[in-house]
Design a protein around this ligand. Sequence first.
Ligand SMILES: Nc1ncnc2c1ncn2[C@@H]1O[C@H](COP(=O)(O)OP(=O)(O)OP(=O)(O)O)[C@@H](O)[C@H]1O
Ligand SMILES: Nc1nc2c(c(=O)[nH]1)N=C(CO)CN2
Length: 352
Amino acid sequence: MSGLLSGELAGDVVSLRGLRARGRHGVLDAERELGQVFIADIDLAVDTRTAAVTDDLGDAVDYSLVAADVVAVLSGEPVNLIEVLAGRVAAACLAHAGVSAVAVAVHKPQAPVGVPFDDVVITVVRRRADLLDATPARPVDAVVALGSNLGDRAAVLAAAVADLAATDGLEVVGVSGVVETAAVGLPGSEPQPDYLNAVVRLRSALSPRDLLRACRAVEAAHGRGAAVRAVEPRWGARTLDVDVLTCGVLVAADGPGPDDGDGGAPALQLPHPRAGVRAFVLVPWARLAPDDVLPGAGRVADVLAELAAADPSAVADVRSRPDIVLPGSNPRGWRSGAARATGSTSDAGSGA
Ligand SMILES: Nc1ncnc2c1ncn2[C@@H]1O[C@H](COP(=O)(O)OP(=O)(O)OP(=O)(O)O)[C@@H](O)[C@H]1O
Ligand SMILES: Nc1nc2c(c(=O)[nH]1)N=C(CO)CN2
């Protein structure tokens, strides 16, 4: 088979062909129930010049590790579209340091096509910047988490929702009730005031990284700019934290990027790596949108149930604050016609 990357990139290429696994990807119920074979061909753009001198595996991209990660995606969480599957395979490859770009062909030779055929193949080419810096062709669902444990916490959260709603490219489509939670700090750290936490659903026309930048701008407007961030302890008390939990179904991660004139591109991992183990995130999120999916973990309400089984006190300790109503909050959840956040308070109650 000819190189997938040929014509796309100059340089060295490591290829893996015919990686295969059974998966349950597809739109049809039968595909979800029975599963079928998925095959991936991969071209990894790498720079082999150092390894060629040192003969040290540490200077090379270990193709067996990449292969294992690709097979884990093929056999992992079911998705509807092979476009998503190919994108996740590409992200898994780009997670390996030293892979600067990747071409992925995903084959679905047993697809329910309805006529005799040999194969369905989708080929995608991704460079690092394609995953987290691409502006979507149409707005996508995104979910962010708010937390505050310094200052007038309720006022800060309300202002943060209004700020998000006022950001170009963002529309607030759902706001959870507010919960109060003991600060989860690092072991041995100073005691901190309790947090108020909430979750906000957005329609985002921004790239994932620009969404993170927008969240940073809202934090900065409430006393947590770059200077404060630079000196605060990890998981220390803060006036406002705005974390990106999900951006559509995207699974991707990268570190700081080249300088973009604003101190560089902030590191971003999606979904947020700790979303699935935080009661202060899952409780308000599951009340707002229980059927949302946390990529890689499952339905939010199910992830919360698993956490409640594993760590009952963490979930039990989340206290509802129905007396605090954020702009746009709807106690019946966003699907039931949640108001848009316009800065006005809405229904009393928090869905708690
Ligand atoms: N999904 C994400 N949302 C927000 N920040 C992220 C995300 N993924 C990676 N980051 C990076 O995490 C780093 C720490 O961010 P921040 O100071 O908000 O962390 P934190 O809120 O103290 O801790 P935690 O990330 O555990 O919530 C930042 O450099 C940011 O670029
Ligand atoms: N209860 C609670 N604890 C935390 C929180 C938070 O939002 N709520 N955020 C943290 C870092 O983002 C660390 N610990």
